[in-house]
Design a binder for this molecule. Structure first.
Ligand code: 4NP
Length: 153
């Protein structure tokens, strides 16, 4: 019964991809995966076309997603909150009410490179290559997360 939340800034580029990729790798129907943004600029919008495109190329459909903002109640609803970069991480930690909330927040690339605190770079202002790169990083991280979930339920 693992509940995972992927968080970036806008919830239109990186975290929708992370949500879609992880969902495609997890086979336990009791696991839930969602995504949110620390900023509210794109609430209600579909993922960025470039994220939709790179996901589709990898046989993942993320077109049914709609951007929402991270809320305090997410600390109660989710077991693991994966931030895409250090800025997202600090923003979420800043909203934590207690130590237990803080312990749920992790940098997603620390799954691949433990303790290195690396960012999934924000691809919003760049071109398609940035999205390809982001996809690759998230695919690796989600593979590791999914293996743990598929093993432990
Ligand atoms: P995301 O990318 O955080 O990966 O969804 C961004 C999307 C929008 C903006 C920044 C980053 N923005 O400033 O509108």
């Amino acid at each position: 019964m693992t509940k995972i939340l992927m968080v970036c800034l806008g919830n239109i580029c990186r975290s929708p991809l992370a949500e879609g990729i992880l969902k495609s790798k997890v086979f336990d129907f009791k696991t839930t995966v969602d995504s949110a943004g620390t900023g509210g600029y794109h609430i209600g919008e579909k993922p960025d076309m470039r994220s939709i495109k790179i996901a589709k190329k990898n046989n993942i459909d993320i077109t049914d997603q709609s951007a929402r903002k991270f809320v305090i109640e997410d600390f109660d609803k989710f077991d693991f909150i994966y931030a895409m970069d250090n800025s997202n991480y600090e923003d979420i930690i800043g909203l934590a009410r207690n130590e237990n909330d803080k312990l749920k927040v992790k940098l997603i690339l620390n799954e691949v490179f433990p303790d290195e605190n690396l960012d999934v770079p924000d691809p919003y202002s760049g071109g398609d290559y940035g999205f390809k790169n982001v996809y690759k990083m998230l695919d690796e991280a989600c593979e590791i997360i999914a293996k743990k979930i598929n093993k432990n339920g």
